[in-house]
Design a protein around this ligand. Structure first.
Ligand code: 9MR
Ligand code: 9MR
Length: 602
């Protein structure tokens, strides 16, 4: 809010309630704003507009006012009290969907307070959609981020990775331990500075899918990155930075893929260019190799359309994918077990493990991508595409739905064997989506996300975002607006309508994550964190594992602290940002095409 309005609203608050509040105006204003939970960025004119008022109070009405508080434009009744599912705290809904005029507003509830300001306008999420991809630019390794593109977060290049050591766990006759290879480019995984193939898998799959689903939207999007002047959509210039790194992670001798490129132990809290210790490529494994195969097969399809800009790239990706697939056929169950590895090899490695043990979903996803790109049925028939009816929301360890999304996206070009399975896959996806729609309507916060404790795992923001992606898929298949509306409810969750009242996207919203566990943001001496990054958010699963000061929550839906100490609840990561890119981009693209209006919707 403009400082003038902030002062004004504090003064008005002091007039209308006890003047004792004048002694601590900032605190009281903040508290009163915090009780009203809403998307702090804003709302589309013709979409649902919901705020949730938390806590005991006697209010019955709410007022939508211009940002300076001078004019009431809409008045409504608060819903009856409903206890929040996990905390039991009283909540009431303020629904102002009926108001559609563009502007900047606050929502006032007498006796409670006034919300953070927000906008109503078309393309209200355009900036957050762009910033979420730009966040990947800020994660780039091996390149300077100059002021021109990075603004005040400019920094020197870090981690060139032009001299990386083959760890004994990855040694072969052709590349014995100690061999030095170049494995440059790629993104930092998260708040740490390592590069992990498994986590790059779901990240790249999600970003490439965003492009495949909404190509026209991404053709028009400008991110101000070094490649913005070329003819290629910026999102694909950005994914190329990581794709080129991934290609270097395949052992040229046998087609297997190293699990990660890492320091032995996490870097200190220092800037990228200051972290210069030795780095290793570590053990090949089935999880990494299948993630790689899936990404390369999909990338081959996507970059095929840009062969003039990147001659040979599409073919190289497909060759790499096929070789990786063959390696995985011969090594179908080689898990990455970090503790076991450390018993056999030196140096010990203590960075992120991403140690999956069940590869059935990775086989399914890789087969779906390889089949879709090549149309060779042998890939499709190599796996059981319908092992059981489960439809798990995607995560780094669970990529079944990524395969299904690709099969459905390309439904018009599939062969008979695939066509036969599609109705069942579609039915299951719609069942999943219907459950979320019903849940969003019934829940205290009216979001698909967050009614059950299982949603609040490590990186729960990505659960919200990936639920949103599934709902967008359901909308794409049916055109039923209830799915799109439920997807939007989860974007509202991420931008503030949640049990802790934070916008989890750095740089967006007045009360948003300021102190992510993100080494550059912690070490750069700049107050504002690097923008466009999604905090992992509330983490009930790890139950405050980081043992940081400041947790007061006792229920899973509130286990979040905006502290850079809190790697369990406030780290950022590429696999969390990617579904934010997808969700924010999808609602923007679809809003521009057809809107959210209820008429004719189901
Ligand atoms: O910074 C690390 C973060 O990227 C990881 O997600 C997290 C969990 O593996 O670990 C963080 O590092 C912490 C380490 O595990 C324990 N000592 C404190 C480190 C953070 O400063
Ligand atoms: O996302 C990962 C989560 O599922 C795990 O529970 C957690 C602890 O092992 O690690 C998370 O991944 C981290 C990775 O190991 C290292 N880079 C930062 C990632 C995000 O915290």
């Amino acid at each position: 809010m403009h400082p003038f309005y902030q002062t004004l609203s504090r003064a008005l608050l002091c007039l209308s309630v006890f003047c004792a509040q004048a002694q601590t105006p900032t605190q009281n204003t903040a508290l009163s704003q915090e009780a009203i939970r809403l998307n702090q960025v804003g709302f589309y004119p013709n979409a649902a507009k919901i705020a949730v008022v938390v806590g005991e109070n006697k209010a019955s009405k709410f007022y939508l006012k211009t940002a300076d508080g001078s004019k009431t434009v809409f008045t409504g009744n608060l819903s009856d009290v409903k206890p929040a599912e996990l905390s039991g705290k009283p909540t009431r809904v303020a629904d102002f969907s009926g108001y559609k005029a563009n502007g900047t507003y606050v929502l006032e509830v007498p006796g409670v307070g006034s919300s953070y300001p927000f906008e109503i306008k078309p393309q209200v999420h355009q900036d957050v959609a762009a910033a979420a991809i730009k966040g990947f630019y800020f994660q780039r390794t091996a390149i300077e981020l100059p002021k021109e593109y990075a603004g005040k977060w400019h920094r020197p290049a870090g981690h060139p990775d032009s001299k990386v050591v083959v760890h004994p766990s990855a040694a072969t006759a052709q590349r014995p331990a100690g061999t030095v290879i170049s494995s440059s480019r790629g993104w930092y995984d998260a708040g740490d500075y390592n590069k992990y193939i498994v986590n790059s898998g779901i990240t790249m799959g999600t970003l490439l899918s965003a492009y495949e689903d909404f190509p026209r939207f991404y053709q028009a999007q400008k991110l101000n990155i070094p490649e913005s002047a070329n003819q290629v959509p910026d999102i694909l210039d950005e994914t190329l930075w990581n794709l080129r790194w991934m290609l270097t992670m395949q052992d040229p001798t046998d087609g297997g893929v190293y699990h990660k490129l890492t320091n032995p132990a996490f870097d200190g809290i220092i800037m990228p260019h200051a972290a210069t210790g030795p780095r290793y490529v570590v053990q090949k494994g089935t999880g990494a190799t299948l993630n790689f195969a899936a990404v390369m097969a999909q990338a081959s399809r996507v970059y095929q359309n840009f062969s003039q800009d990147f001659p040979g790239l599409s073919d190289s990706c497909l060759t790499a994918a096929a070789r990786a697939w063959e390696w995985a056929q011969k090594n179908p169950n080689l898990a990455y077990e970090q503790d076991a590895l450390n018993k056999s090899f030196d140096p010990d490695v203590s960075t992120g493990a991403y140690g999956d043990r069940d590869f059935s979903d990775e086989f399914l996803w890789a087969a779906a991508e390889l089949y879709t790109t090549t149309q060779k049925e042998s890939y499709y028939k190599a796996v059981n595409m319908l092992p059981n009816a489960r439809m798990p929301i995607p995560s780094w360890a669970q990529v079944r739905l990524l395969g299904y999304y690709t099969l459905l996206r390309n439904k018009d070009h599939q062969s008979a064997a695939v066509q036969k399975d599609l109705p069942e896959i579609k039915k299951r996806l719609l069942r999943l989506a219907d459950g979320m729609v019903t849940g969003a309507a019934a829940g205290a916060y009216r979001t698909a996300m967050g009614r059950v404790k299982e949603d609040y795992n490590w990186g729960s923001s990505s659960v919200a975002a990936n639920q949103g992606v599934a709902l967008v898929q359901a909308y794409q298949l049916t055109g039923h607006k209830k799915y799109l509306q439920a997807a939007l409810s989860n974007l509202d969750y991420l931008l503030g309508r949640n049990a802790v009242g934070y916008s989890f996207v750095t740089g967006f919203g007045e009360k948003s994550t300021m102190n992510p566990h993100h080494r550059p943001s912690m070490a750069d001496g700049i107050k504002e964190p690097v923008p466009g990054l999604l905090s992992g958010g509330t983490n009930g699963q790890a139950n405050k594992q980081d043992k940081c000061d400041g947790y007061t929550a006792t229920t899973p839906d509130e286990m979040y602290i905006d502290s850079d100490c809190s790697y369990a609840s406030n780290e950022i990561a590429i696999n969390w940002n990617a579904p934010l890119v997808y969700l924010a981009g999808a609602v923007e693209a679809l809003q521009q095409q057809a809107g959210f209006a209820a008429h004719g919707s189901k």
